[in-house]
Design a protein around this ligand. Structure first.
Ligand SMILES: *Cc1c(COP(=O)(O)O)cnc(C)c1O
Ligand SMILES: [Zn+2]
Length: 478
C-alpha cells in the first residue's frame, strides 16, 4: 500500500460529544465548545473515504524519510491517523522524539517482573513535556484558521509548550499565557519568560485562570490553546502510536497516566477507539488514570460516586453536586504535583469515554507516594517531575491491590522532565529541614525515605577523602 499525502479537510469535521445534540462544525471553526449546547467538541473523520494504512507497521516506511519534517515528527509521521490538516499547513518543531524504556529498578519498586515496567519518557520533547504533542496539532489548526494571537491558562507546561512553539516558528504567532500566582513551578515559568510569552499572573489558582482565559479569548477573539481545544488531543494520540511502535505494534496490558485536565487520558482513549475501529489493533490496553489526593475529582466521581460514560450521557447531577460541595467547602486543589493540581478537569466527559472503552480504573495517590515514586524513578533511570511520578505511584498501588499482575506489561507515562520542578526535587533530597518543611511538609509529606542527601564537608582534602571512603560504597537512596 502507499500512504497518501493528500487529505481534503471535508473528510474531517468537529462534532458535539452530546448524543442528544451531535451538532457538527467544519475544521475551519475555532470555537472550542458546541455553539448549540456548550458540550465538548471532538474531531471526527470519515475514515471510509480516507487513506489509512492496512497495518500499523506500514508507518515504518516513514523512518527512511527522516529529512522530511513530517516524517521526522513523532506526531506527524502518523498523520494518516489525525488527518484534519493539509500537509502544507502543518506546524512542527520536531516534537515527539521520545522513547519507551524498560526500567527494572522502578519495576522492582512497583512490584513488577523485570522487563515488564516501561517508562514512556515524554520529557524529551522540545519544551520538556508531552504537551508538545498537542501543541503541534493545535498550532497547525491555528494556522489553518489564520489565528495569530494564541492563549492558554496553564499550570506551567502548556504555557511552556505554547511559548516554545511561538518562538521557534515564523508564522507570526504571539503567545499570551495566564497562570495562577505562585502556582507554577520555576522551570516552567522560566520557559514562558525566556521564550518571550506575554505572561499574565492572576491572583487565583488554575481553575480561576482557566475561567478568565476563556472569557478573554471570547472577548478578544484570541485562539484558545487549552485542552478544551480538540485539536490538541488529536496530536496527543500520537503518544500511544509511539508506544505501540516501540513495542513492535503489540499493545501492552496497561497504560498508566497522571490525570489533571484529563486531556491525555481522553486522547489515549480516542486513539484506541479509532485504532480498533480501523482494525489496526485487535486488543485494547487497560487504562489507569492517577489523580493526586489533593486534586481527586475524577477519582471521587468515578470511584465513590459511580460516574460513568453511559453512551455519552453521564449523570450531570453527580458532577454538579460534587462541584457544589467543593465550592461550599471552599476546597482548592492542592498537591506538590502542580501539573495535576486541578479540581475541575475540562475533559472529564471524554475521559469517561476513554475509561469505558479501555476498561479503565482511577486511583488517587498522596504527595508522599508521589515524591517517593519520583525518587525511585530518578534513581532508576530517567528523571521526571512530581506529576509524572503519580503514574508510577499509581501502578504500585494497583500492583498492591492485585489489579495489575507482576507479569503484565505496564507502560507508565512520564509526562514531564525532571528539571521542570527542581524545587521539589531538592527539597526532597536536601538535608535542610526548613526547606523540606516549607516545600513538602506543608503538603503532608512526612519523610524522604529515598533521599540522596548531599554530604557536607569542610574544605579540607583529608576530610573529603574520609567522607568518600565512608559514603561512596553505600547504596544511594537507602
Ligand atoms: C499537563 C500535565 C499533566 C496532566 O495532563 P492532563 O492531560 O491535563 O490530564 C500531567 N503531567 C504533566 C507533567 C503535565 O504537564
Ligand atoms: Zn452540542
Amino acid at each position: 500500500m502507499s500512504i497518501a499525502i493528500e487529505t481534503a479537510t471535508d473528510l474531517a469535521y468537529q462534532q458535539c460529544l452530546n448524543p442528544a445534540c451531535r451538532n457538527t462544525l467544519g475544521v475551519d471553526q475555532a470555537v472550542f465548545a458546541c455553539p448549540r449546547c456548550g458540550d465538548l467538541l471532538d474531531v471526527v473523520y470519515d475514515w471510509d473515504r480516507l487513506p489509512v494504512p492496512d497495518r500499523l507497521s506500514d508507518f515504518e516506511a516513514k523512518w527512511s524519510r527522516r529529512l522530511d519534517p513530517l516524517c521526522f515528527s513523532g506526531v506527524w509521521r502518523f498523520r494518516e491517523l489525525l488527518p484534519f490538516a493539509p500537509p502544507d499547513q502543518i506546524v512542527t518543531i520536531g516534537e515527539g522524539q521520545t522513547l519507551l524504556q524498560p526500567a527494572d529498578k522502578v519495576a522492582q519498586y512497583v512490584g513488577m517482573n523485570p522487563g515488564n515496567l516501561l517508562l514512556q519518557y515524554e520529557g524529551m520533547n522540545p519544551s520538556g513535556s508531552f504537551k508538545d504533542n498537542g501543541m503541534t496539532a493545535a498550532f497547525t489548526h491555528a494556522r489553518m484558521v489564520n489565528a495569530r494571537r494564541v492563549a492558554c491558562a496553564s499550570t506551567g507546561n502548556t504555557s511552556a509548550a505554547l511559548a516554545v512553539f511561538c518562538s521557534a516558528t515564523s508564522f507570526g504567532f504571539k503567545a499570551i499565557i495566564f497562570v495562577g500566582s505562585g502556582k507554577i513551578a520555576y522551570g516552567k515559568l522560566s520557559q514562558a519568560l525566556d521564550h518571550g510569552a506575554l505572561t499574565i499572573q492572576i491572583a487565583g489558582d488554575f481553575d480561576d485562570a482557566m475561567e478568565r482565559v476563556k472569557q478573554v479569548a471570547d472577548r478578544l477573539g484570541i485562539y484558545l490553546m487549552n485542552s478544551v481545544n480538540p485539536f490538541r488531543l488529536e496530536g496527543q494520540k500520537a503518544i500511544m502510536f509511539r508506544v505501540l511502535e516501540a513495542l513492535n505494534w503489540e499493545p501492552p496490558d496497561w497504560i498508566v497516566v497522571p490525570g489533571g485536565n484529563l486531556g491525555n487520558s481522553s486522547a489515549f482513549g480516542k486513539a484506541f477507539i479509532e485504532l480498533k475501529h480501523l482494525g489496526l489493533i485487535d486488543r485494547v490496553p487497560r487504562l489507569a488514570v492517577i489523580n493526586a489526593f489533593g486534586a481527586r475529582t475524577l477519582s471521587e466521581l468515578v470511584g465513590t460516586h459511580g460516574l460513568s460514560w453511559l453512551d455519552g450521557t453521564p449523570d450531570e447531577n453527580v458532577t454538579n453536586a460534587y462541584y457544589h460541595l467543593l465550592d461550599a467547602s471552599k476546597a482548592k486543589a492542592s498537591t506538590i504535583a502542580s501539573a495535576i493540581e486541578i479540581n475541575r478537569p475540562v475533559n472529564l466527559k471524554k475521559c469517561l469515554r476513554a475509561l469505558d472503552f479501555c476498561d479503565g480504573v482511577v486511583r488517587q495517590v498522596s504527595d508522599q507516594e508521589i515524591m517517593d515514586a519520583k525518587a525511585r524513578v530518578g534513581a532508576g533511570g530517567l528523571g521526571c517531575e512530581p506529576a509524572s511520578a503519580a503514574s508510577v505511584a499509581g501502578a504500585r498501588k494497583l500492583r498492591e491491590e492485585g489489579v495489575i499482575a507482576p507479569s503484565d506489561r505496564v507502560v507508565c507515562i512520564l509526562t514531564g522532565h525532571q528539571l521542570k520542578d527542581p524545587t521539589a526535587t531538592v527539597a526532597y533530597h536536601s538535608a535542610d529541614q526548613d526547606q523540606f518543611e516549607k516545600v513538602l511538609g506543608s503538603r503532608g509529606v512526612k519523610r524522604a525515605g529515598f533521599a540522596n542527601r548531599p554530604v557536607v564537608v569542610a574544605n579540607d582534602l583529608d576530610d573529603i577523602i574520609r567522607m568518600i571512603a565512608l559514603y561512596a560504597d553505600a547504596p544511594a537512596g537507602g
